[in-house]
Design a protein around this ligand. Structure first.
Ligand SMILES: *[C@@H]1O[C@H](CO)[C@@H](O)[C@H](O)[C@H]1NC(C)=O
Ligand SMILES: *[C@@H]1O[C@H](CO)[C@@H](O)[C@H](O)[C@H]1NC(C)=O
Ligand SMILES: *[C@@H]1O[C@H](CO)[C@@H](O)[C@H](O)[C@H]1NC(C)=O
Ligand SMILES: *[C@@H]1O[C@H](CO)[C@@H](O)[C@H](O)[C@H]1NC(C)=O
Ligand SMILES: *[C@@H]1O[C@H](CO)[C@@H](O)[C@H](O)[C@H]1NC(C)=O
Length: 594
């Protein structure tokens, strides 16, 4: 290895430079070198790729090909390692073409890099094709493709390949089994999991901690706690993942068991983590709660937001709302997640306005946070009179409302479709302090005005905003769609995409709903078809509901029926209603035409 390569590795390992500074330094040192060996080129290409500088890595690769040097397999492996998203797919295909042209397709390391590249660039079909077509392949190729399929929408295919593996004489490894078990756990197919278990025993993998933990997780998910426990006992060197897998199982089916396991875990000297605590808390009752709370404090997890909100939810579920509230009000970390979960907890169990109001009087000095919690709890329960009453009371007690208070009020106005009330809350916000109207609150305002039918106000707020985010765009698209501006909603969706926002499930449902209200069948179906392929979003019930309604309402009864049949879960009553109403309407239209 030459000095430059050593320097590169040194720099990469030290990581002292900022990313950008590092790359500039590395590239300029490289360029100044009088004689560059192939090893140096390859190291540079691969380091750039590994550190996420895909384009630079690609340019470097091009320079290398242009220099007329003969490429080695590591040039390809190096450049391919960087490709990791959809945008890189075209580059990847070009490299694939070059590999074919040069005749490197029998190099197993290149083949594996190509398969891996296709998987990472979200083109599982191309990865599969590659895997099937190439003459070479080793256990890494099998694991890559099985792992990718197990995570895909066709996990069954992973199981199918697994049986072919033996025919090809390739022996599975830990990774193979872990992928397969996660696939069985997801599909909830006990008998397949059991046959894989048998195979694991045959190949003596049951004591491996990764395979063993995956087995425990699998049986625990299926509710077979005894088998889960047996597999757990087989593991030679357990870790927190194995313990958690078992504890999760018990917390779902047998709460006292999970607490007992936590104690055992501690006695044996294992360190629980946040997931352990939240699993145990999920199922614990009043008496155990205090005990676990002490433990959490002793182990220093009381400031972990994840543990904290599980703890509060658990208190609230057990009717110990005052404990929960006191606890929350003494805790001064970011509120959003925790407060949502507390209100969820309060709402779960009691959700009674009188109960919650009483709590305010129990607290010695209720502050904005505790008022917000109570107001949010009432808003969730649709106690709208109480929400506004509490808001008034807040002023009487000279407690300042903040943006969370306004979120509750505005969501109430939206639910009630009460524009006058909503506008007056908006007025209060402005009067209180216009600076409060940050992105977060403006998004809620756009939503509220959209729900109340005042699309002009929604657009005005949107236009005035300086810091928009995905939620802002979604709120506007949803408001436009709701008010019948389907084309405008689509246009904004396209604009949002152009600006580089990656739509999520909620944004996609907003635009699908717009198509549905506007009867834009072609556009809606096109978007729906692209959901998984282009946006990487698995369609959920809401999305199916939107397209079924869209199809049914526009007279495409057959397609609507097909769509329902293709759903991965049973359609619910709402979907059937949309379908029936749509086909009834079209049926009667047809009757009239006769
Ligand atoms: C805790 O353990 C779980 C496995 O059960 C793991 O997924 C999680 O990442 C761990 N959390 C931390 C903070 O290490
Ligand atoms: C809060 O609750 C939601 C759903 O109720 C859950 O998805 C989320 O993980 C919880 N957050 C924490 C920090 O526990
Ligand atoms: C709260 O208490 C009042 C009277 O004390 C009662 O009229 C009202 O129905 C109660 N509200 C709820 C939600 O229980
Ligand atoms: C709530 O408003 C305050 C200013 O009053 C602001 O600093 C804070 O970031 C806002 N919170 C959120 C989540 O937007
Ligand atoms: C059916 O699913 C849709 C979409 O998730 C939901 O809006 C609706 O409330 C559900 N209906 C019933 C009856 O559960």
């Amino acid at each position: 290895m030459d000095c430059f390569v050593l320097m590169l590795f040194g720099t990469a390992l030290l990581g002292l430079y900022g990313r950008q500074a590092w790359i500039e330094e590395a590239v300029s040192t490289f360029e100044d070198m009088p004689r560059k060996s192939l090893v140096t080129w390859n190291s540079m290409i691969s380091l750039l790729g590994h550190h996420g500088f895909v384009e630079n890595s690609m340019f470097m690769f091009r320079d290398l090909t242009r220099s007329g040097a003969s490429l080695s397999e590591w040039s390809f492996v190096g450049v391919l390692c960087g490709f990791s998203c959809k945008q890189d797919l075209e580059f990847g295909k070009q490299i694939h073409g070059l590999v074919m042209k040069i005749g490197f397709i029998c190099e197993v390391s290149i083949v594996n890099s190509l398969i891996n590249m296709y998987v990472k660039c979200a083109s599982i079909c191309l990865a599969e094709k590659m895997f099937e077509e190439v003459p070479v392949g080793d256990v890494i190729s099998w694991n890559t493709i099985i792992g990718a399929l197990a995570r895909s929408e066709r996990p069954g295919k992973a199981l199918e390949l697994f049986s072919k593996m033996f025919i090809d004489g390739v022996l599975p490894t830990t990774i193979t089994y872990v992928s397969l078990l996660s696939c069985c756990t997801g599909l909830m197919i006990p008998f397949v999991g059991e046959s894989i278990h048998a195979n694991i025993i045959k190949n003596a993998f049951e004591s491996d901690v990764f395979v063993g933990s995956a087995l425990v997780g699998f049986y625990a998910k299926c509710g077979k706690l005894e088998l889960a426990h047996c597999c757990f006992n087989e593991i030679h060197e357990r870790n927190v993942v194995s313990w958690n897998a078992l504890i999760f199982g018990y917390s779902n089916f047998c709460s006292s068991g999970s607490i007992f396991l936590l104690q055992e875990m501690l006695q044996l000297g294992y360190q629980p983590n946040e997931s352990t605590f939240s699993a145990v808390l999920k199922s614990s009752f009043t008496l155990e709660l205090q005990q676990i709370h002490c433990l959490i404090i002793r182990m220093g997890y009381q400031t972990n937001e994840f543990v904290l909100s599980s703890l509060i939810t658990s208190y609230a579920k057990n009717g110990l709302i005052s404990d929960a509230l006191v606890f929350v009000t003494t805790f001064d970390s970011p509120l959003p997640v925790v407060s949502c979960n507390i209100t969820a907890g309060i709402y779960d169990r009691t959700g009674q306005y009188n109960e919650t109001l009483k709590l305010l009087s129990v607290l010695e000095e209720p502050d904005t946070i505790s008022w917000n919690i109570v107001i949010a709890a009432c808003a969730r329960n649709n106690y709208y009179k109480e929400v506004f009453e509490l808001y008034k009371q807040m002023h009487v007690f000279e407690i300042c409302p903040d943006n969370y208070t306004f979120v509750s009020l505005l969501s109430m106005c939206g639910t009630l479709c009460n524009l006058a009330l909503g506008s007056s809350v908006h007025g209060h916000i402005i009067k209180n302090d216009f600076n409060r109207c940050d992105t977060f609150l403006c998004n809620v305002l756009i939503n509220m005005y959209g729900k109340c039918g005042s699309i002009g106000s929604s657009t005005r707020i949107f236009k005035r905003m300086t810091n928009r985010n995905l939620i802002t765009w979604t709120a506007l698209i949803s408001a436009l769609g709701r008010n019948g501006y389907a084309y405008e909603a689509l246009e904004h969706f396209r604009e949002m995409e152009l600006l580089g926002y990656k739509p999520d499930g909620v944004a996609l449902n907003a635009v699908l709903t717009a198509c549905r209200h506007g009867g834009l069948v072609r556009e809606g179906m096109e978007l729906f078809g692209q959901m998984k392929k282009c946006y990487g979003v698995e369609p959920e019930m809401d999305h199916y509901h939107s397209v079924v309604d869209l199809l049914a309402k526009s007279g495409h009864t057959l397609e609507a029926e097909k769509m329902i049949a293709s759903m991965p879960y049973p359609p619910n009553a709402t979907i059937w209603r949309s379908f029936l109403e749509g086909s009834k309407r079209c049926g009667s239209a047809r009757d009239k035409m006769k």
